[in-house]
Design a binder for this molecule. Structure first.
Ligand SMILES: O=C(O)CCC(=O)C(=O)O
Ligand SMILES: [Fe+2]
Length: 251
């Protein structure tokens, strides 16, 4: 029996076996009136997650990315894909995130995470869509990205992630960070803003609102302010090194 943290209407949901090939989460809670089985993420296709990044990103935004090191894209996915990611985020058996040394210090970093592998449905399609975005960065900015990685993250109430850059000291494999948010109706009172210092030294607060992707140079300092509501996201990194073997976090 695994305790699941859910961002759907149901919290403290308890299921016998968490998400897996034989147990895709439902996109809809109930059967309809005709007793039809609701569609599940099995019906999802890669095309549902296709984004015309070229259209979403104007030249002005790309110029801003070069000069300031960050940008925001809103309304990224169609509702079906967004819902699937939200549903999946609520059905994950999260693990405590660790710092680089493998030590968890929840005062510094309070998120619970799960790396996305091909065993995920929506998350894996998400990652492929991000790879298309990486290809655009390679074409237009010569970013030199060779591979992307991502994990779902859940910040329980009262936790955040203190100032850091996404490349630990002496490392530079992460080129671009991208965080996709899953939280409907997030308000200022819910806290949990991403605070980022751009290349010009200007501070920005970004609300973790659903269907928003914030993209930034992985070397920029940033922090997640304390969340007053459970906060769900997908943290994503586009890397300059090749595909590395996937390493699952400890039990
Ligand atoms: O969730 C966010 O807004 C940022 C998360 C982050 O900085 C990280 O996971 O490294
Ligand atoms: Fe970060």
């Amino acid at each position: 029996m695994t305790q699941i943290i859910s961002n759907l209407n149901v919290t403290e949901l308890v299921v016998d076996h968490p998400i897996g090939q034989d147990n895709p989460p439902s996109l809809f809670a109930n059967r309809d009136n005709a007793g039809q089985k609701p569609p599940t993420q099995r019906v999802l296709q890669l095309s549902d997650f296709e984004v015309n990044w070229q259209d979403k990103l104007t030249d002005t935004q790309l110029d801003k990315f070069v000069s300031d090191g960050w940008l925001i894209i809103d309304d990224v996915f169609e509702p079906k894909a967004l819902m699937a990611l939200q549903a999946e985020s609520g059905f994950i058996d999260y693990r405590d995130a660790a710092l680089t040394a493998g030590v968890r210090i929840s005062d510094i970093r309070g998120d619970k995470i799960r790396w996305i592998t091909e065993n995920f449905f929506a998350g894996y399609y998400y990652l492929q869509s991000i790879n298309a975005l990486a290809a655009l960065f390679n074409r237009s900015l010569f970013a030199g990205i060779r591979h992307s990685e991502a994990h779902y993250a859940c910040y329980p109430v009262g936790f955040g992630y203190q100032w850091h850059s996404d490349n630990p000291a002496g490392r530079d494999e992460r080129v671009i960070s991208a965080v996709f948010y899953l939280n409907d109706e997030w308000t200022l009172n819910d806290g949990g803003a991403l605070e980022i210092v751009d290349k010009q030294g200007v501070h920005h607060n970004v609300m973790p609102a659903a269907n928003r992707l914030v993209i930034f140079d992985s070397d920029l300092p940033h922090q997640v302010q304390i969340a007053h509501r459970q906060r769900y996201s997908i943290a994503t990194w586009m890397r300059r090194d090749g595909l590395v073997p996937f390493v699952e976090e400890g039990p």
